[in-house]
Structures are given as C-alpha cells and as structure tokens.
Design a protein around this ligand. Structure first.
Ligand code: IPE
Ligand code: IPE
Ligand code: MG
Length: 235
C-alpha cells in the first residue's frame, strides 16, 4: 500500500440489521459493532493512520426508542471505562465531536475522564462522534465565529476555509477516505465540512461483520483513486 490516508472516517452502520438477521435484539448488534471498532481502531493505528473519526451516535439517533438510546449510552460508558487501559497503552488520544447538552450526565463524566486520561497520547487521534450532526457542527461554528467577529477577536478578512476549521468541534484535517458499511449510500449528516474531498468506499457488509481484510479493501480502493481536488491532471 503506497498511500496511507491521513484521516479516515467510518460510518458504522448496519448493527440493527445484522442483529435482526440473526434473530437477536438490536443492542446485541451494537455490542458486536463495539468489538469490531476496537479491532479496527487498533489496526488503523498500526497502519500509521493518524486520525480516525467514527460515527457512534447522531443527533437524529435520539429519534429511536428510549430503550435503544439508553442501551447505546450504557455500551459507550462500558467501553470508555473498560478499554481505557488498552487505549492508553496503545498511545491513542481520544477526542469527541458533538453536542453534550442533551447527553446523560454519566456519559459526559465518562467522556471527560477518557479525554483527560488520553490527552497526552501521541500516536493517533480517535475522534468519536457522539450526539453529532454535521449541520449542527457548522451552525455551532458559525455561532462561535459571530461572537469572535463581534468582539473583534476575529477579523472578517481572516476567515477562510482553514480558519473556519478551527471553529469546528475538533480542529482535524479533511477526511481522505470515508467508509460506510451497511448498504446505504448516503452521508447521514456525518462530518459534512471535513468530507469535502473524501474518497468514499461503500460496502454492503454490516458493521459487525466488517474486519481488517475489508479495511484493506477500502485502502486498495483509496490507492486507486485519482485525487484531483478540482485541478486537471493529464493521465
Ligand atoms: C449503526 O447501526 C449504529 C448506530 C446508528 C448507533 P444501526 O443501529 O443504524 O443499524 P441499522 O441501520 O438499523 O441496521
Ligand atoms: C448513521 O446511521 C449514524 C451512525 C452510524 C451513528 P443511521 O442508521 O442513523 O443513518 P440513516 O438513518 O440510515 O441515514
Ligand atoms: Mg442505520
């Protein structure tokens, strides 16, 4: 593999359908998805991928039943608590993107804990999008920009696509490769600003069946892409 993307995004979709196919309940699907994320995050780190952004829970996922939402939040807390040592050992820094306002206080506490414990890690950044919406992120950035313009901290002339980035939830480079599992071909409000020139790999595989081999497939796909960024290349 000659080109390793700097930033990979994953829309981890298909947990519910995977469970249904097996006659299990949806939370079993989420549990199985969690295990896959653990493997893939480690694999990506070992390949030298510096930034991995994963879609764990969207703002729109609050439309689901209270039972499913609570199960998902419990699962996230379980992971943050039990995987902390491994994440630290692997030198992974965990950050979050999303709105904390309507999250449960125990979820917020667990998030703060993992942020604090991993803040000095340097090998790679795992950005977990939790209660995240891409449009919400852009609106929230605009509100912060409006404040800074009003106070004079930011000059209108200084605003461009790079400086805008600093007002997003995390100051991350653009996504180079976006992977979406689970058959659907859409963005579902995931990192709209950061995906502006992402190469997109869609797979029918439900996330609990996704593995290192298929991650390699996505990288092979990425290596074949002719990234032009609007320019003209003579092939
Ligand atoms: C993705 O799997 C995980 C979350 C959205 C939290 P889904 O739960 O959306 O699974 P499907 O799409 O119903 O199969
Ligand atoms: C996107 O999946 C959100 C996450 C993977 C967390 P959804 O299942 O919520 O997306 P839609 O509803 O199919 O667009
Ligand atoms: Mg889904």
């Amino acid at each position: 593999m000659n080109k390793i993307p700097l930033h990979v995004g994953i829309i981890m979709d298909g947990n519910g359908r995977w469970a249904k196919e097996k006659g299990l309940n949806r939370s079993e699907g989420h549990k199985a998805g969690g295990k896959v994320l653990e493997k893939i995050a480690l694999y990506a780190k070992n390949l030298g991928i510096k930034y991995l952004s994963v879609y764990a829970f969207s703002t729109d996922n609050f439309k689901r039943s209270e039972e499913e939402v609570n199960n998902l939040m419990d699962l996230l807390i379980y992971y943050f608590k039990t995987k902390l040592d491994t994440i630290c050992k692997d030198n992974i820094k965990v950050v979050f993107s999303g709105r904390t306002c309507n999250l449960r206080s125990d979820v917020i506490e667990a998030m703060k804990h993992i942020i604090e414990k991993t803040k000095n890690n340097t090998k790679c950044i795992l950005n977990i999008c939790l209660n995240y919406g891409g449009q919400e992120e852009i609106v929230d950035a605009c509100l912060k920009i409006a404040n800074d313009l009003n106070s004079g901290f930011l000059k209108k002339e200084a605003l461009n696509r790079e400086t805008f980035r600093k007002y997003l939830y995390q100051d991350l480079p653009p996504i180079d490769l976006l992977i979406r599992t689970g058959k659907e071909h859409r963005l579902s409000n995931f990192m709209l600003y950061q995906n502006f020139y992402a190469e997109i790999y869609f797979t029918d595989t439900f996330f609990p069946d996704f593995d290192e081999k298929e991650f390699d497939e996505a990288l092979i796909y990425y290596n074949k892409c002719d990234r032009k960024f609007g320019d003209v290349k003579n092939n």
